[in-house]
Design a protein around this ligand. Structure first.
Ligand SMILES: C[S@@+](CC[C@H](N)C(=O)[O-])C[C@H]1O[C@@H](n2cnc3c(N)ncnc32)[C@H](O)[C@@H]1O
Length: 157
């Protein structure tokens, strides 16, 4: 397993730093400074059975190329992931399940642009993952506490 963070090591918060230490102890690899929109830059040619991005979010609504930046992030993540999937591999994304978030991500359109068919959709219930705690981009709060419905999208290679 390879666990990644967007931030460089020096910028990791205490929780992320502790989590990284726990993961290393459990035998996982940990890599910081990994941009999910261009994975090859930091992870080389490695391929995985499953690539997971829990709650992608850029914490901005400023349009990028006329598109919602979260749609751009997810589209580029999916495109980038394709080159790092083993055959029959899966890409998994969870988001808040609400019309507002669907408007931001436009998941089906992102899938199409990245060459995936429409994903399978499952309910994501944080209670099923007691050791997982969600953290917002840019602060120590959690959107999980502000919303009631979440979805996991599974894209097949
Ligand atoms: C809402 S937080 C979720 C964090 C964590 N995955 C969780 O489930 O609690 C969104 C995360 O996406 C990361 N992010 C945004 N753009 C990214 C990019 N281009 N590559 C990698 N991570 C990115 C942010 O740094 C932030 O940690």
């Amino acid at each position: 397993m390879l666990a990644t963070a967007y931030e460089e090591e020096a910028d990791l918060g205490d929780t992320a730093y502790d989590n990284a230490a726990k993961l290393l102890k459990l035998g996982s690899q940990v890599k910081t400074g990994v941009d999910t929109t261009c994975l090859s830059k930091t992870i080389g040619q490695r391929r995985f059975r499953t690539i997971i991005f829990q709650f992608p979010n850029v914490a901005s609504r400023e349009a990028l190329y006329g598109q919602n930046p979260n749609h751009v992030l997810v589209t580029r993540f999916l495109k980038s992931s394709r080159a790092h999937l083993k055959s029959s591999g899966l890409v998994v994304i969870s988001t808040v399940d609400s019309p507002f978030y669907e408007g931001a991500f436009r998941i089906d359109e992102a899938a199409r642009k990245a060459g995936f068919t429409a994903p399978d959709i499952y309910t994501f219930n944080p209670k099923d993952y007691p050791a997982y705690s969600h953290q917002n981009t840019g602060d120590e709060e959690s959107a999980i506490n502000e919303h009631t419905a979440f979805a996991t999208f599974v894209f097949s290679a």
